[in-house]
Design a protein around this ligand. Structure first.
Ligand SMILES: CC(C)(COP(=O)(O)OP(=O)(O)OC[C@H]1O[C@@H](n2cnc3c(N)ncnc32)[C@H](O)[C@@H]1OP(=O)(O)O)[C@@H](O)C(=O)NCCC(=O)NCCS
Length: 161
């Protein structure tokens, strides 16, 4: 497909940029659609106001189609959440989002990044492994599903240089 037609079809080129307070409704909507326990608009407003929290959004046209959130403490950071809208998954967009986010963390002086991922979440595990994260621990029955099922968590880590 020629480029302009492809962009029209997909909604345009994806842009990664720092999120601002006015993005809170769109971020909450996307988070709610991506996770069992969604974060509300007020939670995003709080995080977007905190100096130690970094939030990037993935935007296509005027629509937020992804985000990455992490919290920093001294030279460490934890990735709290990352998601891409279901309609835009499978195109490698999360990789650009994560790598850009990591680049900004490095720019803020972060040298160690941690995260937790559900053991069976293959797209997320693959994303993190391809971005240089390695498994550093495992927590049995860490996540409680709405139906009562308990799932294991893997702890992952990547050093930034
Ligand atoms: C995890 C998530 C952000 C990935 O976004 P995405 O843009 O669709 O990611 P990609 O298309 O780049 O796929 C990531 C990798 O997973 C692989 N993958 C996708 N679906 C898969 C599946 N069902 N089984 C195994 N691998 C899969 C892709 O092939 C790709 O690997 P590759 O780079 O080696 O080809 C997205 O699936 C999402 O938002 N999930 C819901 C929220 C979530 O679980 N977030 C992570 C919390 S820790």
């Amino acid at each position: 497909m020629i480029a302009w037609l492809s962009e029209l079809w997909t909604g345009g080129t994806a842009v990664i940029e720092p999120a601002s307070l006015r993005d809170a409704p769109g971020l909450a909507e996307l988070h709610g659609a991506s996770f069992h326990r969604g974060w509300g608009e007020a939670e995003f407003e709080t995080m977007l106001s905190e100096r130690n929290t970094l939030v990037h959004r993935l935007r296509m046209g005027r629509k937020t189609i992804g985000f990455a959130v992490s919290r920093m403490a001294a030279d460490e950071a934890e990735i709290l959440s990352i998601a891409v809208a279901a309609s835009h998954r499978g195109r490698g967009l999360s990789r650009d989002l994560l790598l850009t986010h990591l680049g900004h963390l490095a720019g803020r002086g972060v040298s160690k990044v941690f995260l937790e991922v559900e053991e069976n979440n293959q797209p997320a595990r693959r994303l993190y492994e391809r971005a240089g994260f390695t498994v550093s621990g495992r927590r049995e029955r860490y996540y409680q599903q709405p139906g009562g099922e308990q799932l294991n968590a893997l702890l992952m880590r990547r050093d930034l240089s």
